[in-house]
Design a protein around this ligand. Structure first.
Ligand code: PLP
Length: 406
């Protein structure tokens, strides 16, 4: 008899997006003449930068000729891309990362979900709340938790975000081995300072723990005093793995290209305490289960680092951040406390009421769709997330409707 992995039965069905879809569809049926403005989903809306499209086309043409055709590429990514990432993404900011420490992949979702596979099943995992749900669900699937009770899984250490700590979680009060952090944060838009992040790095070094640092929104950081990479902090090479993505940086959500940085100095331990480089373990896992991102997509990603690509990406990010600023200022003018929107495309708003009640009020009174914070964890209750991924015209219209109605 074939048996299932029963850990999957522990997974709490995520009703978040289906619930939103149902309420939106009910609204549309009742209000067929009212145009909806969707500021809920975290997907980009603007086209790929022209430099990426040009490189993409040229690489497709190479694939069309026997002389320049390429088959399987190196699983870790082509050197041209790994070198550009190491040089422009890290060394240019003083973070000492080499090209062979970069693993190119088809998404930070897969990488941040898969990385836990190389660790033991009896480790103690710490996860922020509110959170991008992939970190939790993949640990549930791997059997590192008990059942869910009251919206939280037994066996996980939750790192609470709240108004007092500005949604930058405090260090845990019990030992943990694997820590997930995400800055700029989805869903809250919060960004940790150098000092706040250094505390986590020091904690990980003192406790022989590892930090999985999700920097998928790094390109949105504007404040020069803030770290773009965890490797800008002292000692991080020994204890941190970083996930980055071209999805939000350059509109690659549908094109798919990302990367994970695994420094050679980063160690995990055998049961008897022998250090083992995580780099070798991830290389083994990646080369066994993944067969590289397509050549044209890697060429398109490389173009992000050329002079035109850099300028176009900057303009793209500035466009979304202008939306974010507009949303934040409009909501603050209406008396709502906000986090995010300055170094992030997300604005996290204290709705002064139940998350879903606020969601319904926005939808029914204005036709604007947001995301209820409660869908990201217990600590998200009372908040909503508004995303800056839309046209400025739609953002303006949404804020006018909200100002007239709330
Ligand atoms: N990490 C975070 C925090 C995200 O919000 C997202 C997407 O929304 C991802 C990773 C996924 O990125 P990718 O498109 O590279 O899979």
């Amino acid at each position: 008899m074939i048996k299932i992995n029963e850990n999957y039965l522990k997974l709490q069905a995520s009703y978040l997006f289906s619930d939103i879809a149902r309420r939106v569809s009910d609204y549309q049926q009742a209000n067929p003449d009212k145009a909806l403005i969707k500021l809920g989903i975290g997907d980009v809306t603007r086209a790929l930068p022209a430099a990426c499209v040009k490189a993409f086309h040229a690489a497709v043409d190479e694939m069309a000729s026997d002389d320049t055709f390429r088959g399987y590429g190196p699983e870790q990514g082509y050197d041209f891309l790994r070198e550009a990432i190491a040089r422009e993404g890290f060394q240019a900011r003083g973070a000492s990362i080499e090209a062979d420490e970069i693993f190119v992949s088809d998404g930070a979702k897969c990488d941040s979900g898969n990385f836990q596979e190389i660790f033991a099943s009896d480790i103690q995992v710490a996860i922020p709340d509110p959170v991008y749900p992939v970190y939790i669900d993949t640990n549930v699937m791997a059997g590192r938790t008990g059942e869910a009770r009251d919206g939280r899984y037994e066996g996980l250490v939750y790192l609470n975000g709240n108004r007092d700590n500005g949604f930058i979680p405090d260090l845990p009060d019990q030992p943990v081995d694997l820590i997930y952090l995400c800055f700029p944060n989805n869903p809250t838009g919060a960004m940790a300072t150098r000092e706040q992040l250094q505390k986590w790095v020091d904690y990980a070094r003192a406790n022989k723990a590892i930090i999985l640092y999700d920097a998928a929104y790094e390109a949105f950081i504007q404040d020069d005093s803030l770290p773009h990479s965890i490797y800008e902090l002292e000692g991080a090479r020994e204890v941190a793995v970083e996930f980055r993505s071209f999805s939000k940086t350059a509109g690659f959500t549908g094109t798919r290209c990302a990367y994970t940085v695994v420094p050679k100095a980063c160690m995990a331990y055998t049961a008897s305490g022998e250090p083992v480089p995580v780099h070798g373990l991830w290389n083994r896992r990646h080369t066994t289960k993944f067969n590289s991102v397509s050549y044209p997509v890697q060429r398109a990603a490389e173009a992000v680092y050329g002079p035109q690509g850099k300028a176009q990406v900057k303009e793209l990010i500035a466009y979304y951040l202008n939306n974010a600023r507009y949303i934040r200022e409009s909501m603050e003018t209406l008396g709502y406390r906000c986090i995010g929107g300055e170094n992030s495309p997300y604005i996290w708003i204290d709705g002064k009421s139940d998350s879903w009640e606020f969601f319904d009020r926005l939808l029914n009174n204005t036709g604007v769709v947001c995301t209820p914070g409660a869908g990201f964890g217990k600590c998200g209750e009372g908040y909503i997330r508004i995303s800056a991924f839309n046209s400025f015209e739609n953002v303006q219209e949404a804020m006018t409707r909200i100002s007239n109605s709330l």
